[in-house]
Design a protein around this ligand. Sequence first.
Ligand code: NAD
Ligand code: MG
Length: 317
Amino acid sequence: MEDNKMNRREAIDKLAHIITSEDHNHLEDPTTKHPKPPFNKQFQPFPGLAGKMEPVPDHGETSYVGSGRLKGRKALVTGGDSGIGRAAAIAFAREGADVAINYLPEEEEDAKEVIKLIEDEGRIAAAIPGDIRDESFCQKLVSEAVSRLGGIDILVNNAGHQKSNESILDISTEAFDRTMKTNIYAPFWIIKAALPYLKPGSSIIGLSSVQAYDPSADLYDYAQTKAATTSYVKSLAKQLGPKGIRVNGVAPGPVWTALEVSGGQTQENLVKFGEDTPLGRPGQPAELASIFVQLADNSGSFATGQIYGSAGGSGQP
Ligand code: NAD
Ligand code: MG
């Protein structure tokens, strides 16, 4: 009887050990999963290349595994060459969507890698370089995406410009205009051009930021564009809800991307980038990819007018 009890106890212990060690294999500690500060100082002229960053960001190239959630969908991602947009583009393709990416001509090297990754999934990949500060280009971008993909039902207005300036006195009218045109006008022009093609079930996603809620002293112009993005997402969600088109936003905290090493941060901030989050590090673009998939997917059908935060424990919402 005593023996029997012992055997049972041993068997339970053994099983518990197997279960916990298997669980451990599936657990990834978010504090040690990706590079932590201090980072090396590094500067690239705008817009910068992800491939030249040190360390090179993780956009999910080797890690994102799809499961057919966006089969047959057609996505346009601005700024899809690098950073958060690239992570979204890779995830969309792995989930079965055809993807068009827009970027600046200087970013061809990064863009080529993304195009190849999309094609490797057997999906249509459309590379459409050009400057979205120009309204007629924005119209051309949408019509070309529609004709090359055969339609569009996911629109990610991800491209953005951020330049750190210690003082408002350092911001010229031209620099202010670049930030406003890229971050506010371009989504306005692109959404207007895309709307006639968006059927019920389509999804629009904008890129806000923790800067919308807690603006940094050196991001006077950029921060207000992110507040504007949060606002357009909520306004448009009300306007387009009755038409069955969902509009949501993503508000990242510090994420390791080319924007940050090409003038977005001071060199001093770059070295300790992400240090003040509870995870003690910046996010990698790959860590945001599943949010875009969820917002685009039919399963997220009750989400509209929402802002999804991803900031490692810092910032709102
Ligand atoms: P990124 O530099 O990799 O991507 C930004 C992209 O914007 C560039 O690749 C470029 O193709 C595009 N772009 C800029 N100006 C353009 C123009 N005039 N015409 C066409 N394309 C243009 O950096 P990222 O951090 O991945 O940025 C993506 C979005 O995420 C931006 O809207 C940014 O504001 C937002 N965001 C980033 C962070 C962060 O910490 N990295 C935090 C919050 C929000
Ligand atoms: Mg880029």
